[in-house]
Design a protein around this ligand. Structure first.
Ligand SMILES: *Cc1c(COP(=O)(O)O)cnc(C)c1O
Length: 380
């Protein structure tokens, strides 16, 4: 919380202050070595992150979006294929499918977990379906046993969008290890964030990993020998050095996020807001703490007036984005996702969030006089 009682949505400065000396020393070593492109810290981070996610390999990339795109391409997804994903995600879950010439096929959100509704998977599978792309939304793993059962029945690839779920677990297994491959984003505000854009692909599939390594680097294994029409999607050595330092703090930061979420749960229990459902299947890492209100816009304005910053993740579901008009979806196709888009509100959440800031947010929520009842009943 700031001195004037305002609460920011995230506070990257607070995290920097906590790791300043280590991260500066690590960056300085890169500057001294000058190995800026695919340098030693990239390999070191890839090894550490593969271990962290319970995978044989990690490949450092320039973004989470590249992780999805190059990973799926390396696993054989291409023109004409259909890939099933959630209507209520960030658009970067779907865009890479479009780049590959594949078609995003969307399913609605589950009204309780807010992750993709696994009941709908079977209803959208066609002979062209090649993969399921579950999103571990807000840091809670999707219902992976159900996803994997459907995938096995139909011979589909399972690819995790783990861009919000660094360190999350599903029945003890780490996010990233729950399918054939997974993508992570290290966008600065993610649970593990770089000082700019960065991402990774993780997998046990040696051939796919080798292809992603080539695709990120002009399609070459050996300099000036180009086996594939690749791209430049490499993780910067400087970012890898930052991520290596931050990875050692990730579990503690996720623990702090869980404590903050539990405190919000307690303080907001009797406010009539829809709170995140318990996630008994695993360890939620609360990338975001999202509540529901049927008077969301007024509540958001009230919070803003009192200096509490909030976000909406996301205000427009993928099927109603202008960029995806060509998919032919219409309002009403995914009623749960559409209702969530109108009701969700992300409260301040970051590891360094002070206890008194959580109290302040709850007090301000409590002082809100809704125009209508804000009792949220969906999924009850
Ligand atoms: C952040 C994010 C991405 C994309 O990651 P970038 O690193 O920004 O490209 C993809 N999917 C989800 C669910 C995300 O939250």
């Amino acid at each position: 919380m700031n001195a004037d009682g305002t609460v920011p949505f995230v506070d990257l400065r607070a995290q920097y202050d906590a790791i300043r000396d280590d991260v500066r020393a690590a960056m300085d070593q890169v500057l001294e070595r000058g190995d800026f492109i695919l340098g030693g810290s990239v390999t070191a981070f890839e090894d550490a992150f593969a271990r962290y996610t319970g995978r044989r390999y990690a490949v450092g990339l320039d973004s989470g979006l590249s992780g999805i795109e190059l990973g799926l391409r390396a696993l054989g997804i291409g023109p004409g294929d259909e890939v099933v994903t959630a209507a209520n995600s960030f658009i970067a879950s779907a865009l890479p499918l479009t780049y590959l010439g594949a078609t995003p096929v969307l399913v609605d959100a589950d009204p309780v977990s807010w992750n993709l509704d696994v009941e709908q998977l079977e209803t959208v599978i066609t002979p062209r379906t090649k993969a399921i792309l579950p999103v571990h939304l807000y840091g809670r793993t999707a219902d992976m046993n159900a996803v994997r059962a459907v995938a096995e029945r139909h011979g589909l690839i399972v690819f995790e969008d783990a861009c919000q779920a660094h360190g999350a677990r599903y029945r003890g297994e780490p996010a990233g290890s729950l399918g054939h491959g997974a993508a992570f984003s290290f966008y600065p505000a993610k649970n593990l964030g770089a000082f700019g854009d960065a991402g990774a692909f993780v997998s046990d599939d040696e051939d796919a990993v080798e292809r992603v390594r080539m695709l990120r680097n002009y399609g070459s294994r050996v300099k000036y020998q180009h086996e594939l029409p690749g791209m430049n999607r490499r993780l910067d050595t400087l970012q890898a050095a930052v991520l290596l330092v931050k990875l050692t703090h990730l579990d503690a930061w996720n623990d702090a996020r869980r404590r903050h979420a539990a405190r919000y749960d307690e303080l907001l229990a009797d406010t009539g807001l829809g709170l995140p459902a318990p996630a008994p299947e695993g360890e939620h890492v609360h990338h975001l703490y999202v509540v529901r209100s049927d008077d969301r816009d007024s509540l958001r304005e009230h919070l803003a007036h009192q200096g509490v910053a909030t976000g909406i993740h996301y205000p427009v579901p993928i099927h109603l984005q202008p960029a995806y008009r060509s998919l032919g979806y219409r309002p009403g196709d995914f009623p749960v996702a559409e209702r969530l888009a109108d009701e969700i509100l992300s409260l301040p959440m970051y590891p360094e969030l002070p206890a008194d800031a959580i109290e302040r947010v709850a007090d301000v929520v409590r002082s809100f006089q809704p125009a209508r009842s804000s009792a949220a009943s969906m999924g009850d």
